[in-house]
Design a protein around this ligand. Structure first.
Ligand code: ASP
Length: 344
């Protein structure tokens, strides 16, 4: 009897030991698979979504956009290659596009009905859910720098108008005369929009909007998102779109994903697009692309909203999903880079 109990104990411990070994080696394997699969870094950018059709974009304009997107990818990738943070990379990419008159952000911002440029931006750090946003800036050269300063140097998340400008000045950010933001192309769009309005015609979609954004994963597994815009042409009443609204135009959480949006802001606010994608991924364990498609096509899109998103998760999966005819977009990671504008 005693011998058989002893035998049983040996047997049970042997089985337990084997199970333990195989479990730990499985876990090890999973970890190895994860770390070998995960790229050292990943960066995704967008330069706005809208009615961007091959037949309407001249070869030289297409080339200019491709070059500008490449430059923005270079700026963010340099940070990541040098071991920098996702947060610094998204700011570098967004600033590159803010400085380029091609995009509706910073230098190339669209005009309000009153002939002003009012810019919005936001940023979020997936490490600690820290976030900063600014709305209605008229004289800060880099609105994304102001959003970052709100996140890092104030106890607030969202500042707007004169107060936000005062804060940016106090932080020593570069201020410019509002005329810096004048571009003939955007001024003409405003005149076209006003003329269309007077004739009670709908604005052509390409008159309306645009935005820039970036999401990144760094070598430490952190993700971040940043978005900057001039908003909608001909906007009135100090209107804000989704861009400065955390959870609508921008969201990042290391537990889920980082998202930056572009499109008809009112819809993106009502559908809290960026956070909804993160929530579907976190609570329903949806794949990033599936979560993004569900929100852009089945929710926001079904209600009549138009636009798109870029996203990255901590495993380096990316999504670039839009329901408009085109979206200026691109990604880069070690050994791979792609820039696209049209649907195909
Ligand atoms: N979402 C921006 C806004 O509504 C515009 C855009 O992304 O096209 O202000």
């Amino acid at each position: 009897m005693q011998r058989s109990i002893g035998f049983l104990i040996v047997l049970v411990s042997a089985v337990g030991f084997t199970a333990c070994i195989s479990k730990s080696s499985n876990a090890q394997m999973e970890r190895n698979e994860e770390s070998s699969d995960r790229p050292a870094y990943t960066l995704v950018i967008h330069g706005g979504a809208g009615v961007i059709l091959r037949e309407n974009l001249s070869d030289s304009m297409e080339m200019a956009f491709r070059e500008a997107l490449n430059k923005a990818l270079d700026a963010g990738e340099k940070v990541l290659q040098e071991g920098g943070l996702a947060l610094d990379a998204v700011v570098a990419s967004v600033q590159s596009m803010e400085d380029d008159p091609l995009f509706n952000a910073g230098k190339g911002a669209v005009f309000t009905h009153d002939g002003k440029n009012e810019m919005d931006a936001s940023i979020m750090d997936g490490r600690d859910l820290n976030a900063g946003a600014v709305g209605g800036l008229t004289n800060v050269k880099s609105p994304i720098a102001a959003a970052r300063a709100v996140m890092e140097k104030s106890e607030h998340v969202f500042l707007s108008g004169k107060g936000a400008e005062q804060f940016a000045a106090d932080q020593g950010l570069e201020l410019v005369d509002p005329s810096y933001f004048y571009t003939e192309r955007r001024w003409k769009s405003l005149q076209d929009a006003i003329a269309a309005e007077e004739k009670s015609e709908a604005m052509t979609p390409e008159m309306k909007h645009g935005t820039v954004g970036a999401v990144a994963l760094d070598q430490f597994g952190n993700i971040a998102a940043a978005t900057s815009t001039g908003g909608m042409t001909n906007k009135r009443y100090n209107r804000f779109g989704d861009v400065p609204v955390i959870g609508a135009g921008t969201y990042a959480n290391n537990q889920s994903c980082a998202v930056s949006c572009t499109g008809h802001g009112e819809y993106f606010i009502r559908f809290t697009v960026a956070h909804d994608i993160a929530a579907l991924k976190m609570y329903q364990h949806k794949a990033l692309e599936d979560a993004a498609r569900e929100v852009i096509f089945d929710k926001e899109g079904k209600a009549g909203g138009e636009g798109g998103i870029i996203a990255v998760d901590p495993d380096g999966n990316i999504a670039m999903v839009f329901n408009s005819p085109g979206m200026y977009r691109g990604f880069t990671r070690p050994g791979a880079r792609e820039i696209k504008i049209f649907k195909d």
